[in-house]
Ligand binder design. Structure first.
Ligand code: NAD
Length: 411
């Protein structure tokens, strides 16, 4: 049967944009020797030529995998986005070609949480303003408007991966943590949930937003919510740029309703370091502005290298699609003593019956079967016990089924 599955050293992996070396190490440790790592992004004909030969490709945010580009990628079986976002990939076009796309949504959780904590302390002490003055030769030596964070209330909106990490770190500094989430979340330590966002805003000295981008969180922090915060409190947004109304925030800082803010994400961010960053928040005294670097650390890059390479290896080795962003997610056991057949097809009626027929008509025993479908694409995994002769025509039989997009065999 081994002549039906592609040997690992024949699987070509193309990694672009200087992806962390951890990824290469992980691929090699799993027997994938054919790994090419390029320092920059590719585009146009150069990318087309390279991708036509690749079985797996790893990119970050600068390589655009459009539908047209994917058309050239006939051998491609999986895409790894070694970053958080995946909108540089035509996800539906990839899915329609039977190509799952993986990313690393949580590798930088700790990095963001640490920056939130650092900024809370800096803002509590009015450091941004004092720092700027020192750089200009000033010396604002005063305890006025300078506070410890111990004993103060931190309100966390969105108690997910980052929110809960912030919760643990803040409690260890003696802060009282309250949080609001739209779903029930188990509190960590002595943190306690609030019944409503209004309740949280009313009691919090510091409010940090840790929500995802959804239709509900778009502009969720407008004038009304900012004014509902305690007078003299501080707002942090290291989540998404369109969650906070920046004009309403600027107004609240200027009239003193808020004592400070830390903003890492903006409604409009410069596309590169050559473009000017424009914001009414520029020049505000107790405001920390950072260029969307909440999750940008060496450790996060290393984690991303591991996480995405691991997802690609799992998919290549055993067919698991757990963590795919455009594909049905199937977590599969390691295949032992079986041959595994993967069948990706358009979600049309009758495919499963045809697949079973291919095996039963050849007297093959199905040891396990896994099936998941979404609206467009179905994914069936069949484990066959015993020996299978290459000449049995299983592959041909599966490929002949109407609606088949792609088949793979793992042994
Ligand atoms: P997560 O999915 O683990 O957690 C988000 C939480 O928010 C979930 O518990 C969810 O139930 C909750 N939530 C959703 N809608 C809500 C609402 N309307 N009100 C209250 N709670 C709501 O996500 P995460 O990994 O913790 O990331 C949080 C945010 O941080 C995301 O927007 C992510 O994009 C952003 N992020 C920013 C950076 C950066 O560089 N600044 C880095 C990583 C992540």
């Amino acid at each position: 049967m081994s002549n039906l599955s592609l040997a690992k050293d024949k699987i070509r992996i193309l990694l672009l944009e200087g992806i962390h070396q951890n990824a290469v190490t992980l691929f090699k440790s799993h027997g994938y020797r054919n790994v090419e790592l390029l320092p920059g992004a590719l585009d146009g004909e150069e990318l087309k030529a390279k991708i036509a030969d690749a079985h797996m490709i790893g990119i970050r945010s600068r390589t655009k995998l459009t539908a047209e580009m994917l058309e050239a990628a006939d051998k491609l079986m999986a895409i790894g986005c070694f970053c958080i976002g995946t909108n540089q990939v035509a996800l539906e076009a990839a899915r329609d070609k039977g190509v799952p796309v993986f990313n690393a949504p949580y590798s930088n959780t700790r990095s963001v949480a640490e920056l939130v904590i650092a900024e809370i302390i800096m803002l509590a002490r009015g450091i941004p303003h004092k720092d700027r003055l020192c750089h200009q030769g000033g010396w604002l030596k005063t305890a006025d408007g300078s506070y410890e964070v111990r004993g103060k209330v931190l309100g966390i909106i969105g108690y997910g991966h980052i929110g809960s990490q912030v919760s643990v770190l803040a409690e260890s500094m003696g802060m009282k943590v309250r949080y609001f989430d739209i779903i029930d979340k188990l509190p960590l330590g002595n943190a306690a949930p609030c019944d409503s966002m209004e309740e949280l805003l009313e009691i919090s000295d510091y409010v940090t937003l840790q929500v995802p981008a959804t239709p509900q969180t778009k502009n969720m922090f407008r004038r009304e919510q900012i004014r509902a915060m305690k007078p003299g409190s501080i707002l942090l947004n290291l989540a998404r740029g369109n969650v906070v109304d920046i004009d309403a925030l600027t107004e609240a800082l200027e009239d003193g309703h808020l004592r400070g803010a830390a903003i890492d994400v903006f409604p409009k961010e410069p596309a590169s370091k050559d473009e000017e960053f424009i914001s009414p928040l520029r020049g505000q005294p107790n405001v920390i502005l950072t260029p969307h670097v909440g999750g940008s650390t060496q450790e996060a890059q290393a984690n991303i290298g591991n996480e995405v390479a691991d997802k690609l290896v799992r998919y290549s080795d055993n067919g698991s699609t757990l963590g795919a962003v455009n594909f049905v997610e199937v977590s599969l056991p390691v295949q032992e003593g079986v041959t595994r057949f993967l069948h990706i097809h358009r979600n049309v009626p009758g495919v499963l019956a045809h697949i079973n027929e291919v095996f039963s008509s050849r007297g093959l025993n199905i040891a396990g079967q896994y099936l998941m479908t979404d609206g467009e694409v179905g994914y069936v995994v069949v484990d066959i016990s015993g020996d299978i002769e290459a000449g049995m025509g299983v592959r041909k039989g599966l490929e002949a089924i109407e609606g088949t997009i792609r088949t793979r065999f793992l042994k």
